[in-house]
Ligand binder design. Structure first.
Ligand code: SR1
Ligand code: MG
Length: 396
């Protein structure tokens, strides 16, 4: 597949050839300032600003994993999945989705609102900043997509068509390998400090844990409940610099290229696992008590917002044969899944490929302590997920 791979020098000319994108963004492509801000593992991202200060963000999929290079080929069609995620977010949860300006399927380019005035949530958490309300927006956003893309919100025949059109096998396999498989075995892509080797060994010989992880993996691969984000860590969320609560909200969820029809609890679990990393960093750096208390409250707040929004939308479900008793059972299962997936997501970030800076960038001694604590807590979550509550997750 041959297409135009952009660089800062060619973005202006590229935009001039895309009148629809120009109209949607309102920017003047002459004398654009283009800055590459690629930060994630997979793609390249450019911020384009015109002479009047109007701007937009361009994201392009490369035919390989950006951080690994051509030795790890990846189909650029993953951008189609992200376009799907954007379109659904814009429809169902517009205040928590960056403005979506369009998709060029020939060159695998997405155009979206420039969020330079916002901060990646992971960065804010690492810096000890409280952005109250972001966790609520994330829970509510997850609920809106869970209801709106599932058989609670769509006719079952339409749903099956949407499910079939939303297959994302290559990126799902990345998650299956990196989250559920490789950390639990000896694998060349794993890497961890010697100081956590004993804990990693304990995980790998814990037969009960391995069986539970396999069950969570099996559900991830088979339980197509709704169009989930698929990679909803705190690096996939932007928070406002100020803490305003106007219509633009507290948080914007982006980077939906891993989206597919899967278990709803997986997205909440991704947040929980990353909250665990943030909380262990906060402990390691002895952050002020106010910050630590807020971080510990995140799983319960996200869960409460998710549950409240699902219950709010429930009376409008398309199939009333699913009654209130079923809703209680379903919510309980989502909660259990979220806690289990949170554990898996946390373990992969300590043991496997693609770590989190929250723990990686701690001084060595604190890193070892925090990483061991993450592994112990994550194991506890997976094994005890049927009886744990989100409010108790970060109290250990
Ligand atoms: C091979 S890609 C590594 C990771 O980056 C993404 O953000 C996902 O979390 C993926 O697992
Ligand atoms: Mg990503």
């Amino acid at each position: 597949m041959s297409y135009q791979i952009l660089n800062p020098a060619t973005v202006g000319e590229y935009l001039e050839s895309k009148p629809a994108l120009l109209r949607a963004s309102g920017i003047d492509p002459k004398q654009l300032t283009v800055t590459e801000v690629s930060d994630g593992n997979l793609n390249q991202v450019f911020i384009c600003t015109d002479r009047e200060g109007k701007s937009l963000c361009i994201k392009q999929s490369l035919p390989y994993l950006r951080v690994a290079g051509k030795s790890w080929p990846l189909k650029p069609e993953r951008a189609e999945a992200e376009a799907r995620s954007f379109a659904v977010g814009a429809e169902l949860s517009p205040d928590s989705t960056p403005g979506y300006l369009g998709f060029d399927a020939e060159n695998f380019v997405l155009a979206m609102q420039d969020l330079s005035e916002w901060t990646v949530w992971r960065t804010a958490l690492m810096n000890g900043e409280i952005h109250g309300g972001a966790e609520v927006d994330c829970g509510r956003h997850t609920a809106r997509l869970a209801v709106g893309t599932s058989l609670f919100g769509i006719d079952p025949e339409v749903l099956k068509e949407q499910h079939a059109a939303s297959m994302n096998g290559e990126l799902c396999r990345i998650t299956e390998d990196l989250v559920f498989t490789e950390p639990f075995m000896v694998h060349e892509r794993n890497k961890f400090h010697d100081g956590v080797a004993a804990a990693v060994h304990d995980i790998r010989v814990n037969a009960e844990l391995l069986a539970e992880v396999s069950m969570l993996k099996f559900d991830f691969m088979t339980r197509a409940e709704a169009l989930i984000h698929g990679d909803l860590h705190t690096g996939s969320v932007m928070v406002r610099h100020d803490e305003g609560s106007d219509a633009s909200g507290h948080a914007k969820v982006f980077d939906g290229e891993f989206c597919f029809y899967g278990p709803v609890g997986f997205d909440l679990g991704a947040l929980f696992g990353n909250y665990l990393a943030a909380s262990q960093r906060a402990v390691a750096l002895d952050r002020p008590e106010e910050f630590q208390t807020w971080v510990r409250s995140l799983p319960a707040s996200t869960w409460a917002a998710f549950e409240a929004e699902v219950r709010l939308l429930w009376p409008d479900r398309v199939d009333e044969s699913f009654g209130d008793g079923f809703l209680d059972l379903w919510l309980k299962r989502v909660k259990t899944d979220a806690i289990g997936y949170g554990g898996c997501k946390a373990i992969r970030r300590i043991v496997g490929f693609a770590k989190v800076a929250d723990i990686e960038e701690l001084p060595e001694e604190q890193h070892v302590t925090a990483a061991n604590n993450v592994l112990t807590t994550a194991t506890h979550w997976i094994l005890n997920r049927f009886s744990l509550e989100p409010s108790a997750l970060l109290l250990v």
